[in-house]
Design a protein around this ligand. Structure first.
Ligand code: NAD
Length: 254
């Protein structure tokens, strides 16, 4: 991918699943990477796994807290001497029927997936502007930000919010030379989804994949990482304020 070698990249939620695969991909492209994550042990383990590939370090903290975000973004800037790319990827999800969602659960999902996304994006954008402009911000949405999958009202609302946050950031930050886009993956096999799938049973999950996904399978974290790498690269120099759907055709189904 053109233009990623030497880039200074922060991957929030980089200690697991899609984020860890994305950190790996950027390292393979020659970028210098800092990963974030909630669990310090998981951050350390992932950094140790990735270390043979290049320059990578990690910072644990909660993206829904302003202190956690200050430490994450300040620490990444200190480690890398500035920033060029934010992969704003941290997120959480669980199934819950709309009629059962408590205000506490609603707040939890929105605070990680939408407030956290805003806090990290704003802290990095301020830094990019202070550096003189330029750079790339990629926000993680989902096909659930476009269609209303049952039992995910709080998650769907958070991911729909990310799409409009992304478009508004693109409108305001374009004049600083900062490109902003979102990703909308469909069903991807990661620890997050494996936990949900374990509750539903393997038979339910393979029937779901056959019936709802035209390519007939779940996506791989590496296939989403490739989307992040493309959007961060010079090959996407005129791609701005939009979203890339990576879903095996799921949204094309009537
Ligand atoms: N797996 C899918 O099918 C799928 C589909 C569409 C979108 N997504 C989105 O992709 C992103 C990554 O998901 P994944 O499937 O790789 O999950 P995962 O559970 O494997 O990884 C989630 C990452 O986010 C971090 N994280 C969670 N809560 C955090 C918090 N409060 N503060 C800081 N970090 C936190 C975790 O530490 C971890 O590094 C999420 O935003 C998710 O909503 C996933």
């Amino acid at each position: 991918m053109r233009g990623l070698a030497g880039k200074r990249v922060l991957v929030s939620g980089g200690s697991s699943g899609i984020g860890a695969a994305t950190a790996r991909r950027f390292l393979q492209e020659g970028s210098r990477v800092v990963i974030g994550g909630l669990d310090p042990g998981e951050v350390d383990r992932t950094v140790a796994e990735l270390a043979p590939l290049g320059e990578v370090s990690g910072l644990a903290g909660d993206v829904s807290s302003e202190t956690g975000v200050d430490r994450l973004v300040g620490g990444a800037v200190a480690a890398l001497g500035g920033l060029d790319v934010l992969v704003n990827n941290a997120g959480t999800a669980w199934r819950e029927p709309f009629l059962d969602i408590t205000a506490e659960h609603w707040d939890k999902i929105i605070s990680v997936n939408l407030r956290g996304m805003f806090l990290v994006a704003q802290a990095v954008a301020r830094r990019l502007v202070a550096q003189g402009g330029g750079g790339v911000i990629l926000n993680m949405s989902s096909t659930n930000g476009i269609g209303g999958e049952a039992d995910y009202a709080h998650y769907n609302a958070s991911k729909g919010g990310v799409l409009l946050l992304t478009r508004t950031m693109a409108v305001e930050l374009g004049r600083h030379g900062i490109r902003v886009n979102a990703l909308c993956p469909g069903y991807i096999r990661t620890p997050l989804n494996s936990a949900i799938a374990a509750g539903l049973g393997e038979e339910f999950v393979s029937a779901y994949e056959r019936e709802h996904i035209p390519l007939g399978r779940a996506g791989l974290a590496e296939e989403v990482a490739a989307g992040y790498a493309f959007l961060a690269s010079d090959d996407a120099a005129f791609v701005h304020g939009t979203e890339l759907v990576i879903d095996g055709g799921q949204l094309a189904v009537m």
